[in-house]
Design a protein around this ligand. Sequence first.
Ligand SMILES: *[C@@H]1O[C@H](CO)[C@@H](O)[C@H](O)[C@H]1NC(C)=O
Length: 221
Amino acid sequence: MCGLKHIFAFILGFIFLSTHIVDSCTSVKKDLALGFTRLPFNKSYYKNHKPYNLPVEDRYSFVNGVHKLWVFSTDQPFARGSPTLPRSELFINGYKYSTGVWQFEAHVFVPHGTSGVSLMQVFGANPHATTLMVRVYNGNLYYYRNKVIYKDIYDKWFRLNVIHDVEGNSVKVYINGRLKFKGHGRGGTIHYFKCGVYAQDHDSFYMESRWKNIKIFNKSN
Ligand SMILES: *[C@@H]1O[C@H](CO)[C@@H](O)[C@H](O)[C@H]1NC(C)=O
């Protein structure tokens, strides 16, 4: 009888402990959409930035819900005479903002070899052009050139969430639901999101990224 009680107590204790362990894990991986409003997103909400001398189909495809963007280091810039390096990006011009908290979510795939490139930008800053660049160098995801956000990203889909709080002066990057980077805002008055490939430094000859399930959310601060 006594032995049974002990076993029972042990089992109860185990259940209690394990639910607490599970709780502490799930609290790390929180629902990032909580409190946000999801906004519509379709082709009316973005434009393509691509080498000015090429048709969009030469550097972009949209098949089975996957946006594929690619560019070569020898390509022309997006506008004639622009000093910027080549790019093939979705410019989400349907949502330009200057206040509030804005969130970009997508699943991203970067094939092996793509390097020296910006994958995603929060445009608008002062005196810089951008508040955030998520870049790839040699298979790792970086905050600009400075800080590794996430390692070993080639050839697999991962979920990227970027949350920009304008009044809160912060930008956060989540990978697969987990916070991997938190930085400050960089000023500026008009912001918007961009994603794709935009050559930076030490860019590989061929650069490509794929995007699906792009979602835009916002809430007031
Ligand atoms: C895009 O979404 C908006 C808002 O839901 C809708 O009014 C519009 O017709 C859609 N456009 C396309 C091309 O699907």
